[in-house]
Ligand binder design. Structure first.
Ligand SMILES: Nc1ncnc2c1ncn2[C@@H]1O[C@H](COP(=O)(O)OP(=O)(O)OP(=O)(O)O)[C@@H](O)[C@H]1O
Ligand code: SF4
Ligand SMILES: [Mg+2]
Length: 341
């Protein structure tokens, strides 16, 4: 039996640009444009990119909250893109979501016990309901006796995210899409929540799609990493190869922004600052979408569109005509050597 849980093939999610009342639009925001990825059971794929690059749209499409324009999503080998409402309802037991903002994603008028019980009630899993909810609270580090009857506003951001996680694992899902689950939390709390997610993964064999802004945040949790830019995947590989042999100029710039632990080395290195502004996803550049900001761009890149291809190592995909030579990176993925001619 295959270990693959999720396989996304050439996914496009395009939204019509609103040109005002009654005016039909021929323009589209290509929020997700030709994205492919796969993730095995019990693994974590990290998806990183700047604001507006399509991370949440990808997440929402996997859980069925957006319809793909084209492409396919396979879950346990079966296409789910044309599921009807009833099939989707069943699937939602297996695919859950943890949201970025623990302040708005919990109903402020519901007690914590009821919030966590809601998915169990929705699927008629009401046997020993209170006991099950209290077990879940314990699993995520909440105090079942003290917290069960409290309201969300009585909790800190980190605790609220624990409530959101308890709700997400209540139905024992196979896949959880975490859409920037720690971005709204203090740095000191971020690691605690990530550790909790890792512990739950080991205990319950959950697979994660973990979305983040920051490559350093997912370095330890992700088995595989993908970088998105303007709706497209720029680079994807297993975590080791990604952080040691990043080949795409965009990844290289993102990695150069991560502070090095050694202050002497940190002092001596340069951060790669990208040219210009992030283009609008409604009007992306021609050719390689990154060419307007790429330090290595050539005229060829303005006219021609690179494809995600393996460059050298097997499962390391890069969408670039002139990728950086892999042996020019230090152990934190920072380029230290020459660029291609
Ligand atoms: N329902 C929608 N209708 C029209 N455009 C949309 C819709 N949802 C998203 N978009 C657009 O699609 C693009 C990608 O948005 P998305 O929210 O997926 O990005 P993101 O990577 O999650 O950004 P952030 O890091 O800010 O959360 C943006 O330009 C956004 O404005
Ligand atoms: S194809 Fe050209 S513009 Fe695009 S990332 Fe590679 S070098 Fe830069
Ligand atoms: Mg988002």
């Amino acid at each position: 039996m295959s270990d693959e849980l999720l396989n996304i093939r050439d996914l496009n999610v395009h939204f019509p640009v609103n040109r005002g009342l009654f005016k039909k639009s021929d323009d589209y925001v290509k929020a997700v444009n030709g994205v492919s990825l796969s993730v095995n059971k019990g693994e974590t794929i990290g998806i990183v990119g700047e604001s507006g690059c399509g991370k949440s749209t990808l997440a929402r499409t996997i859980v069925g909250l957006e319809k793909p324009t084209s492409g396919d999503i396979l879950f346990e080998g079966e296409s789910i893109t044309s599921y009807n409402a009833k099939q989707m309802h069943q699937l939602r037991r297996d695919i859950q979501m943890v949201f970025q903002d623990p302040f708005t994603s919990l109903n402020p008028r519901m007690k914590v016990g009821d919030i966590i019980a809601a998915p169990l009630r929705a699927y008629n899993k009401t046997n020993h309901l209170e006991r099950r909810v209290k077990e879940l609270m314990e699993l995520v580090g909440l105090n079942p006796d003290d917290h069960y009857n409290r309201l969300p506003h009585e909790f800190s951001g980190g605790q609220r995210q624990r409530i959101g996680i308890a709700r997400a694992i209540a139905l024992e899902p196979k896949l959880i899409i975490c859409d920037e689950p720690v971005s709204a939390l203090d740095v000191s709390v971020q690691a605690q929540v990530i550790n909790l997610l890792e512990d739950l993964q080991k205990e319950l064999n959950i697979t994660y799609v973990f979305i983040a802004h920051d490559l350093s945040l997912i370095k330890h949790i992700a088995d595989k990493v993908g970088v998105m830019y303007l709706g497209e995947m720029m680079e994807m590989s297993d975590s080791d190869s990604f952080y040691r042999n990043a080949r795409h100029p965009y990844t290289n710039a993102l990695l150069s922004a991560i502070p090095l632990p050694d202050p002497d080395r940190e002092k001596n290195r340069e951060q790669i600052v990208l040219n210009g502004e992030l283009p609008s996803p409604a009007n992306p550049p021609s050719g390689c979408v990154f060419h307007t900001r790429c330090p290595l761009a050539r005229d060829y890149c303005k006219e021609n569109t690179p494809l995600m291809e393996t460059k050298g190592s097997n499962d390391h995909y890069v969408s670039c005509f002139f990728p950086i030579e892999s042996d020019t990176l230090d152990e934190f993925g920072k380029s230290v050597g020459k660029q291609p001619d």
